[in-house]
Design a protein around this ligand. Sequence first.
Ligand code: SF4
Length: 521
Amino acid sequence: MSGDPSKTFYLETFGCQMNVHDSEKVVGTLIREGYRQVETVEQADLILYNTCSIRDKAEQKVFHRLADYKKLQKQGKKFGVLGCVAQQEGEKIFERAPHVSLVCGSASYRKLPEMLVQLEGGQLESAQVGYPQSTVGEIPPLAGENASVRDDASNTILDSQSTDATSFRSPAPSPAGRGISRGAESEFSSSRLGTRDSGLVRITGLDDRQTDECFETEFTARTNPHRGYITIIEGCDKFCAYCVVPFTRGKERSRTSESVLAEARQMADLGYTEIQLLGQNVNSYKDPEGKRGVKRTFADLLAAVGEISGIRRVRFTTSHPRDFGRDIIDAIDAVPSLCDHVHLPVQSGSTRVLDAMQRLYTREQYLERISWMKSAKRDLAITTDVIVGFPGETESEFAETLSLLDEVGYDGIFTFKYSPRPNTPAISLEDAIPDQEKARRLEVLMARQREIQVAHSRTYVGQNHEVMVEGYNDSRNQWIGRTSQNKTLNFTSTAAPKVGSYVEVRVTTSFPNSLVGEMVV
Ligand code: SF4
């Protein structure tokens, strides 16, 4: 659909891959509704922030952005807050940033078209009507942290800052960031609210966390023409003690495998070769019965996506150890396009701490899953997330986490200092660890992992690996590639490979977080 030049929007995204992909769907939805995406706040009529509440710093960034641009409200610009902070803070956002007109949690994105109509209607009327008080205050404020989903797919490891709420300004979809038609499912059911207070339009979408439906749009504005995300499951039922994702994103709900496969086939037809299946916990995927009555397990779905003609690589994130079955490794063994990489968040090496975190597995059970990966036919890279300084974590329990790093020999870890978030079960736990001590443990952890990675990376020198070409780094005069193991392998070449193509590279040099090589011609 062509954009109406009179309706423009700017969208900035904070946080995890789920948020990045949600934004691709939000962008697609807005374009379908006749909006045109622009590159700067100044150019936009509607300014949206898709937010992350993983830690306080992430939330503050959003409110700083809103404060910075408040003056633009006089020009008639409207502001919306989407995502986890929206769901967590709810209507308190209107108090803190009265120029915000739209607050919408991710579980309500299906109703965005309806909300946009309300927003536009309010824009027309707000100058003329005396508006009643808001009536939308039924949703309790909620907080959130999701340490299990990383902020991007890059293997930027040993850097706890990499998991901060990275912000992404959604670029306009490329010509190849094509609309994916997969059957309209947007349902404009009884609308949540459009109320006006003090002349301001206030639209909220906050009450859909018990929905059984996923956010499936007719149009997803993917920005990378070669590699794309597909959400297979939304929400989470695990209720880890430090995390309110189950509250901010709602209960677990899976898409039908038929719908996922239809989307994957369309992406393959459009030229995508790599697909990443997304969910807070992909392993607990439960296929609702589709039109043909087929119900696949997660491993079945993974294999089926990998068998689609044209798809060369399939990744998945994130996994929960409790639900991680051996059948996933069997699928990887059987289907060559399933990537040689598993990200399995452990969070702690101590069974006592895992119990306090309500993670639902022991150190031994976690290590059993690692043993399955190590017995796979191919050499699987294994990465994880670790939280240090959870309330009550003793020095010896922290030492158990260090020994777990040695035992597993991870290819990469994403590290977090525990940070209490409002309303999470863990916030009431005693024995808080001082921030200085958390920082010390983080440093020790990263130093230990660095040693492991330095030694491990050396073993790649002399090996050949297939990479997907991701781009060219002018300052280094190197092509950027990514292996099936999700390692960055930069390389030189006498020929110029096409971005998005797959080439063979011989590794010549290793670094803790990346490899360097020469293209094999
Ligand atoms: S599995 Fe635990 S950490 Fe991951 S999203 Fe669910 S509650 Fe949060």
